[in-house]
Ligand binder design. Sequence first.
Ligand SMILES: O=C(O)C1=C[C@@H](OP(=O)(O)O)[C@@H](O)[C@H](O)C1
Ligand SMILES: C=C(OP(=O)(O)O)C(=O)O
Length: 449
Amino acid sequence: MNETSLHLADQAARSPWSASHQQAHIQLTPAAGPIDQTINVSGSKSLTNRALIIAAMANGTSRLDGILKSDDSYWCIDSLKKLGVSITIDQTTATVTGVGGKWPVEQEELYVGAAGTVARFLPGALAAGNGTWRLDGSRRMQERPLAPLLGALSALGAQIDYTGQPGCLPLTLSANGLQGGEVTISGSVSSQFISGLLLAAPYAKDPLIVHIDGTVVQRDYVDMTLEMMHAFGVEPLVQNGGQSVRFEPATYKAAALTLEPDVSTCGYFWSLAALTNGRIRINGISTATRQPDIELLDTLERMGCTVVRGDDFVEVRGTAQLKGGFTVSMKRWSDQTLTMAALATFADAPITMTDAAHIRHHECDRISVVCEQLHKLGIKVEEYADGLTVHPGPVTPALLDPHDDHRMAMALALIGAKIPGIRIADPGCVAKTCPDYFERLSDLGIGVE
Ligand SMILES: O=C(O)C1=C[C@@H](OP(=O)(O)O)[C@@H](O)[C@H](O)C1
Ligand SMILES: C=C(OP(=O)(O)O)C(=O)O
């Protein structure tokens, strides 16, 4: 594949916290022997951006330890600062002085980068206040859906004017606070729509009941949102088996929190141990986490790995031959679909991943792109609307194109940890959630040139 056929990355979405990897591509070389390390992993992107936005809406000053410093959290902080929120960062500690839901800057242009969490969590927070703001994002973020969330916010009093594709960024949001009452929203395409509405719901002028229409993809992220709201002193009343949530008018209270490591990022390092018949222990996390990608561990065990579940660490020990020959639903933990596709390349029988249709709306059409990239390696794949089947086989090194998708780059790099000569274009795209990913691989003995 020549350079001209590569997906053109949106460099504008790369933040000052991006990695140093600005070269056109890198080449990976497997470590000389099994990887055997104990490591730490940076804070959760999902928890970081929830905590930042809620802290900004709270009364009082919050202290957040263990935040993630990546593109997604950078654009979250940048937007909140533009709204007049005082945020100071010291290493991985954020000190946020909340504005109680009244944004000091009532007219501003905000940029969310490629961050789905900011694109989906900020509009509700804005709609709860008073002002007129223009929101924009990366080229890909301008293609990702927002309509279910914005429809609900409009029903509660927000005025949304799309200046690009209807239902997407860029848009102008004008608000004079959220009405109470009842509103219904779907989470069948993204759980973030639900989370974005719930985060703002306590600030409605009257009691508000949010009804969830149908099933929610990756539902655990909604539960993470409710847990984070609780940490800031708001008590949502969950009813009807989780299909409705009732809120009395309330204001978040400042909090001091330490955020968990990012379990989605942990998945790549645990998978490295699985693939190299090595051992990786990650400190500071346990399987008691609400982060759904912890589900990967059960599947690694199913593939023949050993998992040690400590109170404050999780260790994965690999195996000489990964087992396949099964179908696995990715509905709860679909961010690991690409990781599973990389692992399946080296299993002893095909693996089918299902229930992941919504990841076609993520940083790229992840099902189509991962099938295309595995095909370049000579791997037989079958693509379905909601997933794929990977048939293990010999790998022919190639230049792989992550399509500006951090998870595509991080997952495909796992193949390079096993097979010499794998090249990954635009390695800097990992900065969305793990700017130092390739440095970490190098520290583990994998060649990164
Ligand atoms: O709420 C969150 O923090 C997230 C929700 C999920 O998005 P979808 O529900 O859109 O799949 C997940 O893929 C994303 O990485 C983070
Ligand atoms: C889908 C993802 O991110 P987001 O939707 O938060 O941009 C992800 O990190 O895999």
